[in-house]
Design a protein around this ligand. Structure first.
Ligand code: FPP
Ligand code: MG
Length: 365
């Protein structure tokens, strides 16, 4: 365990712009200029708020809680909150910024915990917090951020607190169901998609709902955005399954095959399992993933697969057609997300939501 700060250079390199390719990808010409300015101003205000909130007198609390915030991140959820608020009476108000910052803090909190459970090595291009300070401090840093997020939601009234609590429950249940796996008679792919909806769809849906609720948008808008966010979340997580197979930590900020190494059977693996019933090569690859990659960190060093072998297996899976099928499935969820937007008024904000959904699956990190 170490209490050293990560190197400044390492942090600077890891820091990223808000959305892959910047917010520019969300706009479709001069008609969107006002929206672009509002979003940029909103996100700058969220950033200021986040930095003001995540400060503690206790040095270890301060350093650890700010660690992943400083390491970068795409800020997709705050962007969605600010964007969704454009459909209400008070777009980008101070309360909208508070909600956007609080959603991001919930997300950040969950990452500290997730990296402990996944035994992840890299997050946002820096060593995972538990590798710097040990599991206990990493978990407690996540708890601190969750506490601060709850405080912010308490400024926004009972409905906000209730939504936050419901989402927290779903995040935990999703993570728990992922950990325990499906019941023996359950369809493994259905179970998996349910987990994705709980552990990622729920918070992305909440991000969109908060924007609409806090800006006093009509309830039909809140409902449409809730559905949209849930579906975008599933698409996002399926895209993540593919990103997990990219051998490019400098871009992804994560070690290739983190999920596979942790024994998480993502959609490419579940589809491979289906194909293994009738295809010998798929069966062989599945067997090697399960015996050589899954749980590799727990295996004795003498018999453990080399990094070269693991990398070869990850490449085979990435080039197998199950990975393209996963990309197609992510795209199907984007289509469903866009369909959920039907009740929303046409215009630059709706176009931006459509582009946002498309970006989520075309990103490379
Ligand atoms: C990342 O999934 C994990 C999540 C989106 C949710 C994690 C939820 C919890 C740990 C419970 C909630 C806890 C708090 C404090 C709010 P992944 O491992 O598939 O993605 P990755 O590749 O980004 O790690
Ligand atoms: Mg993880």
């Amino acid at each position: 365990m170490s209490v050293e700060l990560p190197k400044t250079e390492q942090r600077r390199e890891a820091r990223s712009t808000v959305v892959p390719g910047g917010t520019d990808d969300l706009f479709d010409g001069p008609k969107s200029d006002v929206l672009r300015e509002r979003l940029d101003a909103g996100l700058a205000a969220v950033e200021t708020r986040l930095r003001a909130e995540v400060q503690y007198a206790d040095e270890i609390a301060d350093v650890t809680a700010r660690y992943l915030l400083n390491a970068g991140g795409k800020r997709l959820r705050p962007m969605l909150t600010v964007l969704a608020s454009q459909f209400g009476e008070t777009p980008g108000s101070d309360d909208v910024i508070t909600a956007a910052a609080a959603v991001e803090l919930t997300h950040l909190a969950s990452l500290y915990h997730d990296d402990v459970m996944d035994e992840a090595e890299l997050r946002r291009g820096v060593a995972a917090a538990h590798l710097q300070w040990g599991n206990s401090i990493a978990i407690l840093a996540g708890d601190l951020l969750f506490a601060r997020s709850s405080l912010l939601f308490s400024e926004l009234g009972l409905r906000a607190v209730r939504l936050q609590a419901t989402i927290f429950e779903r995040l935990v249940l999703g993570q728990m169901r992922e950990t325990t796996g499906p019941a023996p008679d359950a369809d493994r792919i259905d179970h998996y998609v349910g987990v994705l909806a709980d552990k990622t769809g729920s918070l992305i849906s909440a991000a969109a709902q908060f924007g609409a609720i806090i800006s006093n948008a009509p309830e039909a808008v809140v409902a449409a955005l809730a559905e949209y966010g849930e579906r975008v979340g599933v698409a996002f997580q399926l895209a993540d399954d593919v990103i997990d197979l990219q051998q490019n930590p400098a871009t992804t900020g994560k070690l290739a095959g983190t999920d596979l190494r942790a024994g998480v059977e993502t959609l490419p693996v579940l589809l491979l399992e289906r194909q293994a019933a009738t295809d010998e090569a798929s069966r062989d690859l599945l067997e090697r993933i399960r015996t050589r990659v899954a749980g590799v960190n727990e295996q004795p060093e003498e018999t453990r697969a080399s990094e070269e072998e693991i990398s070869g297996i990850i490449t085979e899976l990435r080039e197998h057609r199950v990975t393209q099928l996963t990309v197609d499935e992510a795209q199907n969820w984007v289509t469903l997300a866009v369909e959920a937007l039907r009740p929303l008024k046409a215009g630059p904000a709706k176009n931006a939501l459509e582009r946002f959904a498309a970006e989520v699956v075309s990103r490379d990190r």
